[in-house]
Design a protein around this ligand. Structure first.
Ligand code: ATP
Length: 896
């Protein structure tokens, strides 16, 4: 059907819908059944079976399986079956780890899926774009991504950028007129909006004509299927490290085998031991555990209202050194209430709480009737008219649908007894020039009952005053002289000085026969009516968050479109503007070059009256100074700066689709404190990754060294292959995962940010791995030698002791890994997952030592109770050594 040729009524008939009520629930269900969900077909995913088999594609695992098969054929049936079983269990563990990582990433995608504003059953609701059907009526505005193919039925200064579809990057101006031109290309269909394109300006309404694969985008969807799997820098570095570790492990294993054979060990036994050792020592699970740790951390962030859209951001968060944050809604509550009004040298006060439309107006301390004062009446009614906010009342509770600033103006007018529907009977809205942060104002062209037209403008007072040529002064229109301008300026400063956000209202009559085509024409030569001042209280948690950030070496900068005095007042309340820090205004910023800004940016705490495009300059200057910058934003024009920042942060509630798409972090509650929480979590995730790298690698070093030392000393094998594999299974899996879930250390927000290029092994971690690995190997060897010397006839008993010592030493070490300092720096049992993981690992070892059925398989014999003292004593020595050196160093430092 050619919808672009039809008029509005024909479209409604063709799609069996209506534009005042929308579709009802029953009809929506029917249409979903008929047309399916509004989603583009996704690319093939790796099947579960394939993922399972991919766990065994590792070269060393294949060699082990082949070797085991040979040993099975040679008669070592039990050994062979046991080894295969262990490899299988290992594979299953790996499979579940990867599955979990994949699932949580999918869930994340779902969470950040776009929402659309749709008319259903007579009410405007927000639903996931997946659920829209043909015939649905949608509303959209600047910054929205269009959710389906739409025929426009209303367009207010609507411009849409369609490059995703047509390749043309200049936005197209849209209208609603039927187009009866044959063979129109997509780019010429000015009364249509297409799925995946982006609203860059204005607002509109339209009816869905096609969804999912039937849209223009769906037709070319095959071309667009780009599966975006993003690896974090750490994951990439660890992959490289993994390769080095494989080579090192193989080399050492060969050394063990070579020396063993030279010392007279049986070649076949040495081969199987070597392969088992290689399988155990190669940290093949590391990348999967890192992904799991990252994605579990991401889940924890979701609980704190932060959604990570790009995994690498998790790491960058830990390096952030500056947060540039919007004020309105992020640092303040965005619950605005008009408390003061000013017009023609007169100030009134309004009381009342929240959005409830009840309150009194005061002139000084005397209650007045607001309708009795003409200028006040105009201030209120024009504030209500040039306004999109709607009041919602549910069971006596009032809330606002729309922009909170406009909500405040609406409520103030309602308190005076004005009602929007009554006002709209007197004035018809003919045209609108929507608000944008650059102009800092909006205007509407309205027509009254007798056909007179007016432009009604509202916006930032300092902007409007510059565009006005007269003013209502003492109820009379007067020329706006310098003196009167100074009076207005004084009133603005006074309201702003009390941390009030100020909005000015102005208007002008439009002479008969004049056509107003552009916003410049509408917004000049105005008659200034007055000011409305509203409170927007700071969020209570922000002050503490700013302080915590400062303690963590992270500076907070407020960037706001609001008036400089209002911004300063709030920045002071929040502890952002401190002694010696500077404030720069947008007009000064506009004249500065990036390098000029660079010279002073470290001292600036507030940027006021800025336009979104200034944000880019700020990001660049800060980055040139070596900062890692988190930058917040919500509108279309914020997107470039969000993209350029190291961590782009978009608002979940007020943010546009475009800002969200450009961001790497979305704040579900638009709250500054959430950025701090995400940074803390980011730091913690990184520390947790360091914790299990430390644990896993030290364990592997220990396993290799005990074998190497024994071979060098000409001793028998301290561990048989199946024991090596069992140690690997028991110690690598659950305890390492549990470390990934660890809580942050108390001082995680008391140290400075990490350098982004810092190696995982920095801050002494490399030394910790090697020294602890050495000690674990040494202690296991000592246990083996002591018992073997006591009774050289009973090799199996000595091997069982070595096996137990190796495991216990690792399981004690895992508690050490919880802290960069010492095991006693925090409650060692504070991580309950770890306690359970260690207990279950211990059980798995005790079972193979004490169960008569398993003893022949694992070549073990029961250990005497007294020998456990030796095992525990030796295993604990490294921990006490470490704690001892830590406290000795600390005492020495304190003495100096
Ligand atoms: P922030 O950048 O911290 O979110 P902000 O909301 O003040 O602060 P903008 O949205 O760019 O920044 O608004 C800039 C100015 O424009 C405001 O200070 C206000 O005077 C004016 N303004 C804001 N919203 C509207 C609106 N809906 N209609 C008209 N003027 C508005």
């Amino acid at each position: 059907m050619k919808f672009h040729e039809m008029n509005v009524q024909e479209i409604a008939n063709a799609l069996r819908t209506n534009f005042t009520e929308g579709l009802d629930e029953k009809e929506v269900k029917r249409r979903i059944n008929q047309h399916g969900y509004n989603a583009l077909a996704e690319g093939e995913k790796q099947s579960a079976l394939l993922l399972f088999f991919s766990q065994f594609k590792d070269f060393m695992v294949l060699v082990l399986l082949a070797a085991t098969l040979i040993s099975g054929l040679l008669g070592e049936m039990i050994d062979a079956i046991a080894i295969i079983a262990i490899v299988l269990v290992n594979g299953i563990l790996g499979f579940f780890q990867e599955r979990k990582a994949e699932k949580s990433l999918d869930a994340l995608k779902e969470l950040s899926a776009p929402q659309v504003n749709v008319l259903r059953d007579g009410e405007w609701v927000k639903i996931p774009s997946k659920e829209i059907v043909p015939g649905d009526v949608l509303k959209f505005s600047s910054g929205d991504r269009i959710g389906a193919d739409i025929r426009l039925i209303e367009a207010w200064s609507l411009e849409i950028e369609e490059s995703a579809l047509t390749g043309e990057s200049l936005p197209v101006q849209k209208n609603t007129q039927p187009l009866k031109i044959p063979n129109l290309g997509l780019g010429d269909m000015e009364n249509m909006a297409f799925m995946g394109t982006m609203v860059t300006r204005g607002s509109g309404m339209g009816v869905v004509i096609a969804t999912g694969m039937k849209t223009a985008m769906g037709q070319i969807a095959d071309l667009l299927q780009t599966a975006e799997v993003q690896e974090t820098p750490l994951q990439r570095r660890l992959e490289q490290l993994g390769k080095i570790l494989i080579i090192a492990a193989l080399f050492l294993t060969l050394l063990v085998v070579g020396i063993g054979v030279l010392q007279g060990q049986d070649l076949y036994t040495m081969f199987l031991s070597g392969v088992s050792l290689a399988v155990a020592a190669i940290p093949e699970g590391l990348p999967a555990i890192v992904t799991v740790a990252l994605s579990l951390g991401v889940q924890r962030m979701i609980k704190k209202n932060a959604i990570v859209r790009k995994l690498p951001a998790v790491e960058t968060l830990g390096c952030a050194s500056v947060i540039c944050s919007d004020k309105t809604g992020t640092m303040t509550q965005n619950k605005m209430t008009v408390t003061h009004l000013w017009s023609g040298n007169k100030t009134w006060r309004v009381d009342g709480v929240g959005y409830s439309p009840t309150g009194s107006f005061f002139d000084k301390d005397i209650i007045i009737h607001p309708k009795s004062e003409k200028s006040l009446q105009q201030l209120l009614t024009f504030g209500m008219l040039c306004n999109h906010a709607e009041m919602i009342e549910k069971e006596g509770e009032y809330s606002i649908d729309g922009d909170p600033t406009e909500g405040a103006l609406l409520v103030a007018a309602m308190k005076a007894g004005f009602r929007k529907n009554v006002l709209l009977e007197q004035f018809e809205i003919v045209n609108e020039f929507p608000f944008d942060s650059k102009r800092k104002m909006m205007s509407m062209i309205v027509k009254d009952k007798v056909g007179r037209k007016f432009a009604v403008v509202k916006g930032a007072p300092d902007v409007l005053i510059g565009l006005s040529k007269s003013i209502l002064w003492n109820e009379k229109q007067q020329r706006l002289t310098k003196e009167l301008t100074a009076n207005v300026q004084e009133a603005i400063d006074e309201l702003a000085g009390n941390a009030l956000r100020t909005i000015a209202i102005a208007f002008k009559p439009i002479p008969q026969g004049t056509m107003i085509l552009s916003e410049e024409e509408a917004e000049q030569d105005l008659i200034f009516i007055g000011l409305q001042g509203m409170i927007d209280p700071p969020r209570p948690e922000v002050k503490t968050a700013v302080k915590e950030c400062r303690d963590a070496g992270i500076k907070t900068i407020m960037i706001t479109g609001d008036h400089v005095i209002t911004a300063k007042a709030i920045a002071k309340q929040l502890g952002i503007l401190t002694k010696g820090s500077k404030v720069i205004e947008g007009n000064t910023l506009a004249t500065m070059s990036v390098s000029e800004l660079e010279d002073c940016v470290d001292d600036v705490s507030v940027f006021a009256r800025v336009s979104p495009e200034h944000k880019m300059k700020i990001v660049n200057a800060l980055q040139n100074r070596g900062h890692i910058v988190a930058m917040t934003g919500d509108g279309v024009n914020d997107a470039p700066a969000i993209k350029a920042a190291d961590i782009g942060v978009a608002m979940g509630i007020t943010g546009t689709d475009v800002a969200k798409e450009a961001s790497s972090l979305v704040l579900l509650d638009d709250n500054f404190a959430t950025i701090k929480a995400a940074i803390k979590e980011g730091r913690n995730i990184y520390e947790n990754i360091r914790k299990f790298i430390r644990y896993l690698l030290a364990s592997n070093v220990g396993e290799i060294l005990v074998m190497l030392f024994a071979m060098i000393l000409g001793l028998p094998l301290p561990l048989v292959p199946i024991q090596i594999l069992w140690v690997n299974l028991v110690t690598d899996g659950l305890p390492a995962m549990a470390l990934g879930l660890d809580n942050a250390e108390d001082d995680v927000m008391k140290r400075g940010p990490r350098h982004p290029k810092e190696s995982v092994f920095s801050r002494g971690l490399g030394w910790k791995v090697v020294s602890r690995g050495f000690l674990i190997g040494l202690m296991t060897l000592i246990a083996f030698i002591v018992i073997y010397r006591r009774n050289p006839e009973d090799l199996m008993y000595a091997q069982t002791i070595a096996f137990a010592t190796l495991v216990v030493a690792q399981l004690i070490h895992v508690f050490d890994c919880r802290s960069e300092k010492s095991i006693f720096a925090r409650n060692p049992f504070g991580n309950k997952y770890l306690v359970w993981a260690v207990l279950s690992s211990l059980m798995m070892v005790l079972v193979v030592i004490y169960s008569p059925a398993l003893q022949p398989i694992f070549h073990t014999v029961p250990i005497l109770l007294t020998d456990w003292l030796l095992i525990l004593g030796l295993s604990a020595i490294p921990t006490f050594l470490l704690a001892g050196t830590f406290y000795a160093r600390k005492t020495k430092r304190n003495m100096i």
